[in-house]
Design a protein around this ligand. Structure first.
Ligand SMILES: Cc1cc2nc3c(=O)[nH]c(=O)nc-3n(C[C@H](O)[C@H](O)[C@H](O)COP(=O)(O)O)c2cc1C
Ligand code: SF4
Ligand code: SF4
Length: 437
């Protein structure tokens, strides 16, 4: 049976599934039950500096986007960091770590961007026996207006500076949690590495307004008729997170920097994808908030079964396997030709593929043949875009088939088994210029 145990920055956990810093990890009562359910580690709800804790709104703090079956796709929140006393949190972290020595315990921290503030809290966190710290440079609301959270995460120089302070004043491994509210994630990741960070984790939440109430004209969630932007997470953000993880994993400056992947992880498959893109552990928030702590059982069992099926003994056996396959557009093989194929036995004749292809793609799917409703791909028109696959309600009814020989009936060009990309293409003015030189 597959071995799910992980060692991330020397921190051991029985599996790669950690709960992300958020309400599921904000007190011993929760974290004890999470560990009982099987989570490999937690990142404790972000701690602030000593003194009066932050104050949350007393009304709704969540907004959401649902699929037609009311399944939660995206969650938006305007919650701040922990609103519990620092003393109480530190005591509980120490107690839980003692009770669960084999689980990873990471303390998330957000204090003002002043060396003294970090110097004051770091030894206190270290005294709890926590295994590492995560610097929350991600919250896009509330704390950022106070010069913390994403206000730091959006300025690479600040990231580097604070990471350096943490390395100077603590012996614990330092994970920098990155904000996705930035144009190019490589810059903050590089800054974290320059500052001596041992790892990065990403993503934190994305600035968002989920909806506007058309009776009151207030953004939701509405607090006395007004709303402010919040942080978006859940399944909807997974593609954004995967891309950012991949960018860091393949960047020349950050390649090899350990990554803890976060963003929309709901199933074992999501987790495996993040690991394949180079993550050493994964963190989960929305899925636990939606389905409860026990969801980790399905995640661990599913991952383990898939690893057995594929012959992967440990997480390291497939970690990063997808990274070499992430490339830039100009290197994609332009000789790779596919055509859609409809399985007539599976087709329920709903017509969605025809409408989509007819109105917005390449008029390559019939709707009537010999006066009968019939949906079939016209190879002479099909560009292989796979829009029809994505709109068809029947799984595997439309498949994309690669042409490996013969002539493409659309272009009348013979199939070339070789590889050729845009950098070599005759229509590329730069390629022509280079060839002439
Ligand atoms: C209600 C709520 C509170 C959160 N609080 C924190 C926090 O205190 N510190 C932090 O680093 N991230 C916080 N996050 C962000 C999560 O840790 C995580 O980065 C994000 O939700 C993406 O993961 P997910 O798609 O699995 O939810 C919070 C998220 C939610 C939904
Ligand atoms: S792959 Fe694209 S072009 Fe071909 S049939 Fe489907 S939608 Fe039309
Ligand atoms: S969308 Fe799928 S099921 Fe509907 S007609 Fe097209 S192939 Fe058939």
């Amino acid at each position: 049976m597959a071995d799910l145990s992980t060692e991330f920055l020397g921190i051991k956990s029985p599996n790669p599934f950690w709960l992300a810093s958020a309400p599921p990890t904000d007190k011993a009562y929760n974290v004890d039950r999470a560990f009982e359910a099987g989570w490999g580690g937690v990142v404790w709800k972000t701690l602030g500096e000593a003194g009066p804790p932050v104050v949350n709104v007393n009304g709704p703090r969540y907004g959401a986007i649902w699929g037609p079956d009311r399944r939660l796709l995206g969650l938006n929140n305007i919650e701040l960091i922990t609103d519990r006393d620092l003393e109480v949190n530190l005591r509980e972290i120490a107690d839980v770590k003692k009770r669960w020595p084999d689980r990873a315990m990471i303390a998330s921290i957000m204090v003002p961007c002043e060396e003294q503030a970090w110097k004051a809290i770091l030894p206190r966190v270290e005294d709890t026996g926590a295994d590492g710290i995560e610097l929350n440079f991600g919250c896009p609301h509330g704390m950022s207006e106070r010069g913390m959270g994403s206000a730091v995460g959006q300025v690479p120089e600040y990231i580097q500076m604070v990471a350096e302070w943490c390395k100077a004043h603590s012996r614990l491994p330092v994970i920098v949690k990155l904000t996705p509210n930035i144009t190019d994630i490589r810059y903050p990741a590089r800054a974290a590495k320059r500052g001596g960070a041992d790892a990065v984790s990403l993503i934190n939440t994305i600035s968002s307004i989920t909806s506007v109430n058309l009776d009151t004209f207030s953004p939701e969630p509405s607090i006395d008729g007004k709303g402010s932007h919040g942080g978006y997470c859940g399944p909807a953000v997974k593609p954004i997170a995967l891309n950012m993880v991949a960018e860091i994993a393949r960047d020349g400056e950050t390649r090899g920097l350990p990554i803890s992947g976060i963003g929309g992880i709901t199933t074992w498959r999501d987790a495996a994808e993040f690991i394949a893109l180079g993550c050493g552990t994964v963190q989960v928030c929305t899925a636990a908030m939606t389905y409860g702590f026990k969801i980790v059982e399905e995640m661990a069992d599913g991952l383990s079964e898939w690893m057995d099926e594929k012959g992967y003994r440990t997480i390291d056996d497939f970690k990063g396997m997808a990274v070499p396959n992430v490339t830039d557009w100009q290197y994609l093989n332009l000789n790779y030709v596919t055509k859609a194929h409809i399985d007539q036995d599976l087709c329920i004749k709903c017509g969605r593929c025809h409408i989509a292809c007819e109105d917005t793609s390449h008029q390559a799917i019939t709707s009537m043949v010999d006066g009968v409703r019939h949906f079939e791909v016209i190879d002479e028109e099909c560009v292989g875009c796979n829009l029809c696959v994505n709109v068809c309600p029947v799984e595997d009814c439309i498949t994309m088939e690669q042409m490996v020989a013969g002539t493409d009936p659309r272009t009348n060009k013979p199939i070339d088994p070789g590889y050729a990309n845009w950098t070599q293409h005759p229509n590329n003015p730069m390629a022509a210029k280079e060839a002439a030189e």
